[in-house]
Write a protein that binds this ligand. Structure first.
Ligand code: TYM
Length: 333
């Protein structure tokens, strides 16, 4: 088995990238590209598990690609491509549908949270989505997967599927992939509700910072963010009881590349308005250039399409080689 570190991750092209995507995933993607072979995928097959307007989808695929580049991914170092261009994802997805178990999928909390009481109306694709995610990872025999904490359960399922496949076919074909979840900022929470994660699907724009937000929008959103009326405490125990306040401290810590203790030492005893001013300044400094770069890149769509085409060619070489081996192990000609 290939023991080299191979990193794979994916982002859905379903709307604006936000601060949660950046701090929970993209920032880590960029760090890893200097340490390992990295494959980053715009997962458009995942996006259509919920209906997408076709022209919006095309734009969102390019916008997510622009987001990858604007946050610092280098298409010469990492393979950047869109999932539907490499048919091996869907092919291995089917094989893994036949390895994975209904009981395992029934435990997936994200599916339950997404469909709520409307389970009967959800697409079958949404239900088997975690099997396709396992196929994305295993198609490249990936060893490491950088994600936010919300994807942890899907990663555990992927590990179970890889182990079962290896056991069923008595072949050590797939490495068991390791999740890489940022300790400090694995879950960026909504600015309006410290118990809900920051998410593209939240109806309130004030719940999240989008990477394309202007300085004015960022300042307004941070000003309106829920915090606390007392002053900032000097320890995590007290802060933990105020999830919105803790979230602001965590965002500041992660964005400034400091430790939690350094942030607390800077702000303890002060009002949240002071933290909010500093946080706005930092967000404007870090996020606005990214948003500007996304907008600039989107002016040249043919360049973004070329990046995806080139990435697709490179991904296909690995995918086709591995798929041939996988099909042989399964017993196909
Ligand atoms: P997606 O598109 O929802 O999110 C992309 C990445 O951003 C992370 N993320 C967050 N991290 C911290 N706080 C938040 N509030 C937050 N919101 C999003 C996600 O954890 C993710 O890392 N199923 C995946 C896409 C996928 C994938 C894969 C990932 C498909 N195949 C294979 C890894 C490997 C998803 O829907 O991510």
């Amino acid at each position: 088995m290939n023991k080299k570190k191979l990193v794979f991750s994916g982002v859905q092209p379903t709307g604006n990238l936000h601060l949660g995507n950046y701090l929970g995933a993209l920032k880590n993607f960029v760090k890893l590209q200097d340490e390992a072979e990295c494959i980053y995928c715009v997962v458009d097959l995942h996006a259509i598990t919920v209906f997408q307007d076709p022209s919006d989808l095309k734009n969102n695929i390019l916008e997510t690609t622009a987001g990858f580049l604007a946050t610092g991914l280098d298409y010469k170092k990492s393979i950047i491509f869109n999932q539907s261009s490499v048919s091996g994802h869907a092919e291995l997805g089917w094989i893994l549908n036949c390895v994975s178990k209904v009981g395992w999928l029934n435990r997936m909390t994200q599916f339950k949270d997404k469909v709520g009481k409307d389970k009967e109306k959800a697409s079958v694709g949404l239900y088997i989505y975690p099997n396709l995610m396992a196929a994305d990872i295993l198609l490249y025999k990936s060893t490491h997967v950088p994600v936010g904490a919300d994807q942890k359960q899907h990663l555990e399922l992927c590990r179970d599927i890889a182990q079962k496949f290896n056991a069923d076919f008595k072949k050590n074909l797939f490495p068991i992939p390791e999740p890489l979840i940022q300790k400090e900022m694995s879950r960026v929470m909504s600015l309006r509700d410290g118990m809900a994660k920051m998410s593209k699907s939240d109806e309130s724009n004030y719940s999240r910072i989008d990477l394309k937000d202007s300085a004015d929008e960022i300042i307004k959103k941070v000003k309106k963010a829920k915090s606390d009326s007392s002053s900032i405490p000097d320890n995590l125990k007290v802060l933990s009881e105020k999830p919105e306040a803790l979230n602001l401290i965590n965002i500041y810590t992660s964005l400034s590349d400091r430790s939690f203790d350094q942030t607390i030492n800077e702000f303890k005893g002060k009002d949240y308005s002071h933290l909010k001013n500093k946080l706005s300044e930092l967000l404007v400094e870090v996020i606005c250039p990214v948003g500007k770069e996304i907008k600039k890149l989107l002016e040249d769509k043919s360049f973004l399409e070329k990046i995806l085409r080139e990435g697709t060619e490179k991904a296909k070489v690995i995918a086709e080689r591995n798929l041939k081996e996988i099909k042989n192990v399964v017993g196909f000609f």
